[in-house]
Ligand binder design. Structure first.
Ligand code: FAD
Length: 516
């Protein structure tokens, strides 16, 4: 990673400050700079680097190598997953690209049913007909880009493994799913593609496309865009309820930047923490920490969602293991409904991992995509160095436990079928006793946090931002990242976050007077 490019000294005043250069922040910075929104300052706590200087470990398709780059993760962040597990490390990206630089690269749109639920939750501007053009506009999909509802010239390249590059577990699992009657859909991102599909990734020519590559790099030539890596925003400053700037922590102390508009894109873990440190949040919590209340919003941090998952660990046969080292992992995805027709659609995702991140050589990842259990986030202290306290509350609700249990049993049945013989050395054995307890003790998050600054109708006490991402109760402040998702995403959230950021960038631009 190269050091901050020459000439990018931090301006002391800006027309708009964007906090966080992750999946969403890179989009906001690129769009506002291109729209001529005056001086745009993008502040990122982690290292900034040009796309061409991306470390090889991050560029590649092996997620475990990206996760091993310590500089690109928030150190020390921990979370309670369930009441049956000790605190565990929680992964959040840090540096240009944010979590999109270290994530699993799955590029799956939030399904149409999600956005029908958003409308039902009082967000009429976020229905499927409204968001579909933004999903299509952001993608460059060489396989399906010419189909209706798709795009072929957007910034994010979407690709799939070629047939001869698919890992042995991926291929055998797909055969098992097909034999079990899961319908096949070549295009995972087509409406109604419940069933078996080749996995779509945000990759180009076998390499990761992070938001640093897709959005920030093409905007770096904009003369009024300044990117400040290795600078942490401690809080937003207000005067009589209006934004007047931000306070930054640098290697040499604290600095102030004056700005009339601030867009928080620090992700679902850090955006709510910045709000609370700035005096925007639950009044009792702020009062207990000695933080003066600027706007009392009980919804900040009140909900924290993630997708619980179980890895059914597998040992591949020697021949399959040798081939797995030469090919791609996770090349198919099965989406299904865990329960009766009345239950949530596509609430289960099965992903065969020919190589895993953890100690197991291979596995089948069984994820609950529409959990009803939620956790919460609290500020760890007024000191900006204190990590937020994360309680994910995974599988708290009986309904989630039952749905994940049914999915795990179905997954184990698939693995025990004839299609997997010759690929896995043995099928995983589920516990004889209490499956629910085993799930609570062994489930993992997928590092898909959302919901901590919920978008909603202004008269709902849980709402933090309105449909344009504007924080209630103050002027000049937006949140435009995964924190605002009003409901858990029915898919991995990266594409939905980019779509949301594209739409919220347009809304911010309109408010700042730069038109469409
Ligand atoms: C390990 C892992 C695997 C994942 N796999 C997938 C996947 O396969 N598919 C998928 O769809 N999603 C996946 N995700 C989730 C997806 O990457 C995120 O949902 C998405 O990146 C969220 O975007 P964001 O902009 O809200 O936050 P981020 O991308 O996390 O960006 C937030 C940025 O803000 C910066 N920041 C935070 N606080 C401050 C501060 N005080 N001052 C300045 N900067 C700050 C951070 O350093 C970071 O760069 C994964 C995530 C992780 C961590």
């Amino acid at each position: 990673m190269a050091a901050q490019p020459a000439g990018s000294t931090i301006p002391r005043t800006a027309d708009v400050v964007i906090v966080g250069a992750g999946a969403a922040g890179a989009v906001l910075a690129a769009r506002l700079a291109a729209a001529g929104a005056g001086t745009v300052l993008l502040v990122e706590a982690g290292p900034d680097y040009r796309s061409a200087d991306t470390p090889a470990a991050v560029r590649g398709t092996d997620v475990s190598r990206a996760l091993a780059v310590r500089a690109l993760r928030w150190p020390g962040l921990r979370a309670r997953l369930t009441g049956d597990q000790p605190l565990r490390p929680y992964v959040c990206g840090r540096g240009a690209g944010g979590s999109s630089a270290i994530n699993g690269q799955l590029a799956v749109r939030g399904p149409a049913a999600d956005f029908r639920a958003w409308v039902d939750a009082g967000l009429p501007d976020w229905g499927w007909p409204e968001v579909l053009p933004a999903f299509a506009g952001l993608e460059r999909d060489p396989d399906f880009g010419d189909r209706p509802g798709h795009g072929s010239s957007g910034p994010v390249t979407i690709s799939r493994a070629a047939a001869d590059r698919r890992g042995p577990l991926s291929a055998a699992f797909a055969a098992a799913a097909k034999a079990a009657g899961h319908p096949e859909h070549p295009d995972l991102n087509a409406a109604g593609s419940t069933g078996l599909s080749p996995t779509a990734w945000h990759r180009r020519d076998g390499t990761r496309v992070s938001s640093n590559d897709s959005h920030l790099e093409p905007a770096r030539h904009e003369p009024r865009l300044h990117v400040a890596g290795d600078h942490t925003v401690s809080r937003v400053l207000f005067s009589a309820g209006r934004v007047r700037g931000v306070e930054l922590i640098t290697g040499s102390g604290r600095e102030l930047v004056s700005a009339p508009a601030v867009v928080l894109c620090a992700g679902a873990v850090h955006s709510p923490a910045i709000l609370m440190r700035s005096g925007v949040g639950p009044p009792e919590q702020l009062g207990a920490l000695g933080i003066e209340v600027v706007a009392g919003l009980p919804g900040v941090g009140a909900v924290l969602s993630d997708h619980p998952a179980i890895l059914l660990e597998l040992r591949l046969t020697d021949a399959a293991a040798a081939r797995a080292r030469e090919t791609e992992s996770g090349c198919f995805l099965v989406r299904l409904r865990s329960g009766p027709q009345a239950g949530p659609a596509d609430d289960i995702q099965l992903l065969p991992l020919d190589r895993t991140v953890g100690p197991a050589a291979a596995g089948l990842l069984v994820s609950l995509m529409r959990p009803v259990s939620v956790g919460s986030l609290r500020l760890g202290g007024a000191d900006p160095a204190a990590d937020p306290v994360l309680d994910l509350g995974l599988l708290t609700e009986r309904a989630d436990l039952d749905r994940l249990a049914a999915a795990v049993r179905h997954a184990a049945d698939l693995l025990a079928g004839p299609a997997l013989r010759g690929t896995i050395a043995s099928a995983p054995a589920l516990p004889d006793g209490d499956l629910g307890r085993w799930l609570r003790e062994n489930c993992r998050p997928q590092y898909h946090p959302s919901g901590t600054c919920r978008m909603g109708p202004p008269d709902d006490p849980a709402t933090v931002v309105d449909q344009e991402g504007r924080v209630l109760g103050v002027d000049g402040l937006w949140v435009a990242d995964a924190s605002v998702l009003p409901l858990p995403c029915g898919a991995p959230p990266y594409l939905t976050t980019v779509m949301l950021a594209e739409r919220l960038a347009a809304a911010v631009r309109r408010r700042l007077g730069q038109g469409r």
